[in-house]
Design a protein around this ligand. Sequence first.
Ligand SMILES: Cc1cc2nc3c(=O)[nH]c(=O)nc-3n(C[C@H](O)[C@H](O)[C@H](O)COP(=O)(O)OP(=O)(O)OC[C@H]3O[C@@H](n4cnc5c(N)ncnc54)[C@H](O)[C@@H]3O)c2cc1C
Length: 470
Amino acid sequence: MHEDRARSLNSTSARPGPVLYWMDRDMRLKDNWALLHARALAGPSPLLIAYNLVPSFLNGGKRQLAFKRDALKELERDARALGIPFILLVDEKGTNTPKLITACVERYGIGTVVTDFSPLRIQRAWKTEIADTLPCPLIEVDAHNIVPAWVTSPKVEFAAYTIRPKIHTLLPTYCVEFPDLAAPETDMDVPMVDWKLIDARLEGWTDTIRFVPGEKAATEALHTFLNERLPRYGSDRNDALADGQSGLSPYLHYGMLSAQRIALLVVEEVQKPIEMILSKSRNKAKVEEGKTLALIDHAGAFLEELIVRRELSDNFCLYNPAYDSYEGFPDWAKRSFNAHRNDERAYTYSVEQFEKGQTHDPLWNAAQYEMVTSGKMHGYMRMYWAKKILEWTRDPETAMEIAITLNDRYELDGRDPNGYAGIAWSIGGTHDRAWFTRPIFGQVRFMARSGADKKFDTDAYIAKWSPRLL
Ligand SMILES: Cc1cc2nc3c(=O)[nH]c(=O)nc-3n(C[C@H](O)[C@H](O)[C@H](O)COP(=O)(O)OP(=O)(O)OC[C@H]3O[C@@H](n4cnc5c(N)ncnc54)[C@H](O)[C@@H]3O)c2cc1C
């Protein structure tokens, strides 16, 4: 592992004992730099994994809890099969994680704690609280980004065009193959997780989502995408009816899949036809060439989202402390909002009306319904959805609050830097430029229904996701 991927969060000296991987953001055993680093530090000592489950983390509900619970059961089974004991810590209110980790360190005589990285406030606060009191080293590893967030940039980036060259320059150093995880032998007596309490909480819970949780399901979803949808990603991703996106965001959000693995496989997909062309005679190769060039375009469009846009969101949350509120918007946007505070709104809705899909706009209601029932709104519709919340609330502060509440309550990929950055982009002009002034929006980019009508059959989308059940 590149040494810059890990950083010490305290200066406590190392002591002998097992190594604990405090798994938080990245719920996977494969392709996980934090786990690999913990393994390397353990040497012949035992290696343990502890996951801190906060049942209502950032206002998530049973949908998110059930998704996590099933994935964690798979993780426990697979970790044990590798010889790594798995511990589940339950932090009811999200305020007890530092104490739970400290107790775990004491109970098992842990020598070093390795944890993964998240730029979100609550997870950073846990680490700050624990760092100085822990009796052993606490090491943070960025297992989520391909280029570690603190290596990419030491400051908040202005937009995709400022972070892109930095990431592109560093990719050859960091986007490399993962070593195998060879777990050390352990005879430690760690009890199996008692799932009864979590199961009881979810008793009778049913959902309409179409995503199967866990690392295995994530890998299957990735291979289906590579085979079936990557070759048309660039042309179909903005068509909300074409099933043209990867559908991987729930897995990426929970870290059930490594973005670096996805990038390595996408590059491999492109290399295969290139090698075929090189090995064929000139005439035959010409036929393949067009297809291959198209595939390169689609792969390029996908990697831009997967790497540049995703890692820009982590940069935003890492360096902008107000990433989830009006205060975090760029100054030009705040200035122009202030000039438009008293603009008349043709419609204003409460959070309950938005939640139930009870606006005057069937397209908006359909998008809301898609999110509530499937757990994932189409990417193009997310922009429209958030911009209309701005248009139909009394001020941008309220719009931001409503969009985050609903996004985090219903999206399987919610409560993620991508969500906070995406909403701040739509409502507050973050990572965007100033446009010409218009009512309510000031200089923030507007989005009209006619734009969606040009991209896809909006009537068919409305028919598909009509909010009849809300
Ligand atoms: C208002 C709004 C809210 C959003 N909320 C979330 C959210 O809660 N969670 C979330 O993961 N994404 C969010 N996004 C970003 C984006 O819409 C989703 O990541 C994408 O639609 C997920 O579907 P996919 O995995 O099929 O995407 P694909 O198009 O297949 O992209 C692959 C991956 O690239 C990343 N990606 C794609 N688009 C973006 C983007 N614009 N910004 C950052 N990363 C991106 C994601 O990790 C995604 O899984 C939001 C965007 C907006 C405008």
